[in-house]
Design a protein around this ligand. Structure first.
Ligand code: ZN
Length: 167
């Protein structure tokens, strides 16, 4: 078990299926948990540099990706029924609880919420009853799920404005 460098409220554990990040305290819905950081690169660099089977890049704009930070934010797993989302605001990208989280719960977000890249997808074994099996770009999500994520404020502006041009 490793205590992370950028937050004292998260723990990294190897679950046997790879490293995962867990809450080290209770979080209220809406509470910020940690900031995502990393070197910014272009899509061309992302395509060249990322490992499709172990992808720690985060899309942050049409032609911009955030590379790995080598901290806990790289290791937050996807779930089709997540307890967190990423809020893009004031130049920062922060993981925020979207429901109450108990100490010891795994922290997850829906990777599709930040994806509009047309060049990467991932199979999902999250085990949720609504698991989508294949994780693809936001535009492929069912409209009601898109609307739910939009209402929570966890869709980055570059995707939100394509879905709802008034954003
Ligand atoms: Zn799933």
């Amino acid at each position: 078990m490793i205590r992370t460098m950028n937050s004292c409220h998260m723990l990294i554990r190897d679950t046997g299926k790879g490293k995962s990040v867990f809450a080290d305290k209770d979080f209220m819905s809406g509470e910020f948990i940690c900031e995502f950081t990393g070197k910014i690169c272009t899509k061309e660099e992302y395509v060249r540099l990322h490992d499709p089977d172990n992808n720690h890049f985060l899309q942050i704009d049409d032609d911009r990706f955030m590379g790995p930070s080598n901290q806990a934010d790289d290791l937050v797993n996807h779930s089709c029924n997540p307890n967190c989302g990423l809020e893009f605001a004031n130049g920062r990208i922060r993981l925020r609880a979207i429901r109450e989280i108990k100490k010891g719960d795994e922290l997850t977000f829906d990777y599709s919420t930040t994806m509009d890249e047309d060049c990467w997808e991932m199979s999902c074994l999250c085990g949720d009853e609504n698991c989508r099996k294949v994780i693809r770009d936001f535009k492929h999500l069912p409209p009601e799920l898109q609307a739910g994520y939009m209402a929570l404020g966890i869709v980055p502006p570059y995707i939100a404005k394509k879905i709802n041009p008034s954003c």
